[in-house]
Design a protein around this ligand. Sequence first.
Ligand SMILES: O=c1ccn([C@H]2C[C@H](O)[C@@H](CO)O2)c(=O)[nH]1
Ligand SMILES: [Zn+2]
Length: 145
Amino acid sequence: MQTNIDWTVLERAALDVQARAHAPYSTYQVGAALLTASGRIFTGCNVENASYGLSICAERSAIVQMVAAGERDPIALVVVTPGTLKLGPGVESPPIGAPCGMCRQTLAEFADDLRIQMSVTGQEGLSRRTSLAALLPEAFRAKSG
Ligand SMILES: O=c1ccn([C@H]2C[C@H](O)[C@@H](CO)O2)c(=O)[nH]1
Ligand SMILES: [Zn+2]
């Protein structure tokens, strides 16, 4: 059972997979690395589609890898993003990318709480730690116990 979190190792794993993202439409490449209680790391990247709405985020892609490997207990997540994204004319995302609502809910399926680091690739100052409970309070989920 793992409780100490090696953020450096987790961030490196997220950076590795970020480079493999399939994001030709947004050009916004995202990498995610999940640490489970057993000490294993699962990674995921966003995979976009010409039919935009079919795209899967890096975070959910990592969760799918975790579940497929038979694991169910994530304790920490690092998400790396490229910085401000131009979403449309005069519309930008914040510099530090945070998991979208769909990914927060998907994480909540597997953890009551989870440490989360959000970092902008190559910009040490643009990094923040938070938690799933902070990002998604009062989650709708199956009752535990
Ligand atoms: O936390 C996030 C936010 C966005 N994306 C992806 C979805 C889409 O491919 C692109 C732009 O939204 O980034 C993620 O993977 N994770
Ligand atoms: Zn998402």
